[in-house]
Ligand binder design. Structure first.
Ligand code: FES
Length: 201
């Protein structure tokens, strides 16, 4: 079961490219991302309301999405705005869309049914770093990834080559845990520690 009423990172901003479609499965839902005519990121259910073809198999036309099967065209809100061969567009000709917020190099998606109840977490460091992100595919339940990221006692052994320090420094690092409304924030301070390389002996 997923917690739906929350913000999730859906993509790096750099992955949502003008004129291209990005297919991604978020909370077990197929979603297609693209940029609208204002270059703002948009997210639609990746399934055409006509015969169900993934919209990600279609194409972008001036900030809208054209289905690759019979050519129905959707705007960023998921409304069908063109059906080739007919003037009448039924109201139910639409697909679901989701609210997005793009900030600090990240595209956040709100997967809840109700309107967003809060803003995505502020994370300005991603806007400043030279490192512009990457993508990992895990063959593991998502709960284990969250568990791994909240349990940092492994850093002194797994990541000592890059994050630096030593096991003792990591174990005794100053930590601060803050509970929010539906969130938990863990901050960990290791001051004056330089990254180092392991020497194989
Ligand atoms: S399946 Fe998309 S227009 Fe027919």
């Amino acid at each position: 079961m997923f917690v739906r009423n929350n913000w999730y990172v859906a993509a790096w901003s750099s992955e949502v490219v003008w004129g291209k479609l990005l297919a991604r499965r978020i909370l077990d839902t197929p979603i297609v991302f693209f940029r609208d005519q204002n270059n703002a990121a948009a997210a639609l259910h990746d399934q055409c309301c006509h015969r169900g073809l993934p919209l990600s198999m279609g194409r972008v036309e001036a900030g809208t999405v054209r289905c690759g099967y019979h050519g129905m065209k959707y705007d960023r809100n998921g409304s069908c705005i063109e059906i080739p061969g007919q003037a009448n567009i039924p109201k139910k000709a639409c697909v679901k869309s989701w609210p997005l917020v793009e900030q600090h190099g990240l595209v956040w998606i709100w997967c809840g049914d109700a309107a967003p109840a809060c803003s995505p977490p502020d994370y300005p460091w991603h806007g400043d770093w030279l490192w512009k992100g990457g993508l990992f595919h895990y063959e593991a339940p998502q709960e284990l990834i969250n568990d791994n990221l909240l349990d940092l006692s492994h850093l002194g052994y797994v990541h000592v080559q890059t994050i630096g320090g030593d096991p003792n420094t990591h174990m005794n690092a100053e930590m601060r845990t803050t509970r929010g409304d539906g969130s938990v924030t863990v901050e960990r301070f290791m001051r004056s520690v330089t990254p180092r390389r392991l020497t194989c002996v």
